[in-house]
Write a protein that binds this ligand. Sequence first.
Ligand SMILES: [Zn+2]
Length: 236
Amino acid sequence: MLEQSHSITYGETTISFQVGFSSRKTLQIAVHPDKSIFVKAPVETPIEEVKNRIKKRARWINRQIYYFSQFDPRTPPRKYVSGESHLYLGKKYRLKVSKATNDQVRLKDGYFLIETQSIKPDRVKILLNQWYREKADSHIHNIFDACWEKFKHKKQYKPVCKIVNLKKRWGSLSKAGTLSLNVELIKTPKECIEYVIIHELCHLVFHNHSRDFFYLLDQSLPDWMQRKYKLEMSLV
Ligand SMILES: [Zn+2]
């Protein structure tokens, strides 16, 4: 993700990590659920010092990696049958499928209530995905508008926001100024959706993941790292 990638050797393992420098006082090491290692360091820190710190924390880092590996694969395939849990804005809801003359999807008392003529999983999947799409179209646009209001760089033009199906990314910003957001974001907490939007808005100013980019991200959303972490854990 970052421009600055480094690695150290510890025993028989190689620990690869990414470093972001910003105007902070202390060095912070984070192991993310995808097992990537991210270091936040004060601007003037020599890379040798960062490597020494990684070496000192190597046992802890390996423990974290081992811990996260128990969650592979991350998203269990869904069967679209009653009793199964599905996510909406970071919360889990149980599916309750029942026969009815009219198709309807509702959230009530912790349940996704799905009424449909055909209770076949294929049909339930289509109905649920339509519901997600409608919610994404309204909520994510609202969150985007609110984020834009808070985003400091008024020199930039407001991008056009589109909700799309993306295979591997949460969001992207085109050179022409179109912000594409993954419809799947509607399953994650609002604070995570805000993180993805602010991250992409920072790309209006810096098109890479440079030091300046992370400085702007820190300024715009000081707790972005916690939000990113939460996002990575959210689709389990
Ligand atoms: Zn980015």
